[in-house]
Design a protein around this ligand. Structure first.
Ligand code: ZN
Length: 153
């Protein structure tokens, strides 16, 4: 395992690009997952998406304190309600802002064995799932934040 460098907003346009789905889950993807977990933990983040370490593939890791979730090719298949809360991003250090997200999302993805599974998340987990899946589409939270609430820019 290795800690990878987290790309920072303004330094790299990779963060604005759309990631490609993973076809075969090979050694490189497994290594990427392991490295992303280590990188997220070392940065004390609750989530990390592959483009943040410079890899344009649809891979996300999340741990909001209830255990690690590894997602390959995640897709939001249901969403309900609305919540507003503060968000930040390891790629935009020091900046926080209020973002409106669904209160609950259901996400379909593959695990590292290539098996399909679903995650049902509310509150912080729903927020993290939306934030990280946005990264796979080249979307950053500052583009969705309520403008008056952005601090630290
Ligand atoms: Zn982020």
């Amino acid at each position: 395992m290795a800690i990878r460098r987290i790309l920072k907003y303004g330094q790299d346009d990779i963060l604005h690009k759309k990631s490609r789905p993973v076809g075969k889950i090979d050694k490189r993807i497994l290594q990427l997952l392991d490295d992303m977990v280590e990188t997220m933990r070392s940065a004390e983040g609750v989530g990390l998406a592959a483009p943040q370490v410079g890899v344009l593939r649809r891979v996300v890791v999340i741990d909001v304190g209830d255990g690690l979730i590894e997602l390959i090719n995640p897709e939001i298949i249901e969403n309900d309600g609305q919540q507003q809360g503060p968000e930040g991003c390891l790629s935009i250090p020091g900046v926080v802002g209020q973002v409106i997200r669904p209160e609950r999302v259901k996400v379909k993805a593959l695990n590292r064995k290539g098996e399909e599974f679903e995650v049902d998340g509310t509150g912080l987990l729903a927020r993290a799932l939306c934030h990280e899946i946005d990264h796979l589409n080249g979307v950053l939270f500052i583009e969705k934040a309520i403008p008056d609430t952005l601090e630290g820019e």
